[in-house]
Design a protein around this ligand. Structure first.
Ligand SMILES: [Zn+2]
Length: 449
């Protein structure tokens, strides 16, 4: 992903500098605005972010914009000065100064930030135009690499990038509607509502089906089981787990369609106006690529039905499934739903042979659990649909015919403006892929592969 971004950045910067060189002689450039901004009108739309931000358990309201960046879509960007302002007095506080002559932003770790009055407010309201900027930032005298955008003269960065540079932790919750910032010494809750830090990686295994309450006990009394459950080891895949990812639709088949609730760039950087069409293919491939990267990072082997936006026919999918049946442990088919514009939530479709339990049922449960934890709501219980010849859904049937465990995921309804919002950002897409990754590794922490 990073490589693609760099390629795009280089192209974009060279386009910008090309423009500025060509027009420098004709345009009078205001001295306090770098020429690259003044001479170019090729900014990007920066949408006011609706994300809730929590710093050490308390809600804070720095200025944030959603900017469409690369082939994968949009990220939320924050003002460096706002973060410096918010970190004042904490163990990772840092100062910010601007050197007019060298056009460098000078930051120093451990130093108190001196406000200049611009903090925590936008210089004008509503959506803005963002310009990619190459303004240099120095931390304790060393150059720091962070993608940056300039909006109304302020420099904005990704929260996670700033966290890495200045030493605070960033995570996203509730389908990216919430960003959680934690400083190193903070040990309290993520948000005022929760009483425990949100740590899905170390959460307890599901209550085993054999330890159901006896009917009298309140549900909060847990009967100890005779044998301790084996600890899930989601990050210790030995390399033999092989996941076949079937990327729904692509190429000439865009899949189910919906309308964009607001003007937006898709993950292929296609501009969509408010009310314009968005399709499954805008999401299926980005989620699949992200899932592939996450699984590979955890040591799993991944086979993809497609790694680019291309047409894959059902007979080709059947061949891919059949030729990988012996090496793959499971298949995940990635789709997004559409119905009547009002339906919302996720749907999991599983193989008919597991309708009364077993691997396919448990895998579906694992997905449901992770999607719920990602802030999604369930549209309907797991679907086990029988056709005239086994599974109703072709992909599930092809897999069942070669004894391959398979599941279809429909994470959101893209024809529902409220529901689709959870994936209209890179954070949302990454959250979806992360939930899939966690569901798969959770499942295989208690199943053989
Ligand atoms: Zn589909």
């Amino acid at each position: 992903m990073r490589k693609r971004f760099i390629a795009f950045t280089l192209l974009f910067s060279s386009m910008l500098s090309g423009v500025s060189y060509a027009t420098n002689e004709e345009i009078e450039v205001t001295p306090d605005i770098p020429a690259v901004y003044a001479a170019s009108t090729q900014g990007k739309k920066a949408y006011v972010s609706q994300m809730e931000i929590y710093l050490d358990g308390e809600q804070v309201k720095p200025i944030a914009y959603l900017i469409s960046v690369d082939a994968y879509g949009a990220y939320t960007y924050f003002k460096l000065r706002d973060l410096a302002y918010l970190m004042n007095g904490k163990d990772c506080q840092f100062s910010v100064d601007y050197d007019e002559e060298t056009r460098q932003i000078i930051t120093k770790s451990g130093e108190k930030y001196v406000p200049n009055g611009s903090e925590m407010k936008a210089s004008s309201s509503g959506d803005q135009i963002a310009y990619q900027t190459d303004s240099q930032i120095l931390l304790d005298g060393k150059k720091v690499e962070m993608e940056a955008y300039s909006i109304n003269g302020n420099t904005y960065y990704k929260l996670r990038d700033m966290g890495e540079v200045f030493g605070f932790d960033v995570s996203y919750k509730d389908s990216s509607r919430q960003a959680i910032i934690r400083t190193p010494s903070y040990t309290g809750p993520d948000t005022p509502e929760t009483s425990e830090p949100d740590t899905p990686e170390t959460s307890e295994p599901d209550t085993p089906e054999t330890s159901e309450p006896d009917g009298n006990s309140p549900s909060d009394i847990i009967t100890p089981t005779p044998e301790p459950e084996p600890e899930p080891t989601p990050n210790k895949v030995d390399g033999k787990l092989t996941v076949l990812i079937d990327v729904g639709h692509g190429g000439t088949d865009p899949g189910a369609g919906g309308t964009a609730p607001y003007a937006f760039f898709t993950y292929q950087n296609r501009k969509v106006n408010a009310g314009g069409g968005i399709y499954e293919t805008d999401f299926n491939l980005p989620v699949a690529l992200c899932l592939r990267d996450l699984l590979e990072a955890s040591g799993a082997n991944v086979i993809m039905s497609a790694e680019t936006d291309k047409t894959v026919t059902f007979s080709e999918r059947k061949k891919i499934i059949e030729s990988n049946a012996n090496t793959a442990d499971m298949l995940i088919s990635i789709h997004h739903n559409a119905f009547n514009g009002n339906a919302s939530g996720f749907d999991i479709l599983a193989q008919i042979k597991y309708k009364n339990g077993g691997d396919g049922y448990e895998l579906a449960q694992s997905f449901e659990k992770e999607y719920l934890e990602a802030g999604r709501k369930r549209h309907a219980p797991t679907t086990f649909r029988e056709g005239s010849n086994g599974d109703y859904y072709a992909i599930l049937r092809y897999a069942a015919n070669v004894d391959l465990l398979a599941i279809i995921s429909e994470y959101a309804y893209i024809d529902n403006a409220n529901d689709v919002e959870c994936i209209l950002s890179n954070e949302g897409v990454e959250r979806e892929a992360q939930a899939m990754h966690d569901a798969i590794l959770d499942f295989y922490s208690t199943h053989e592969y």
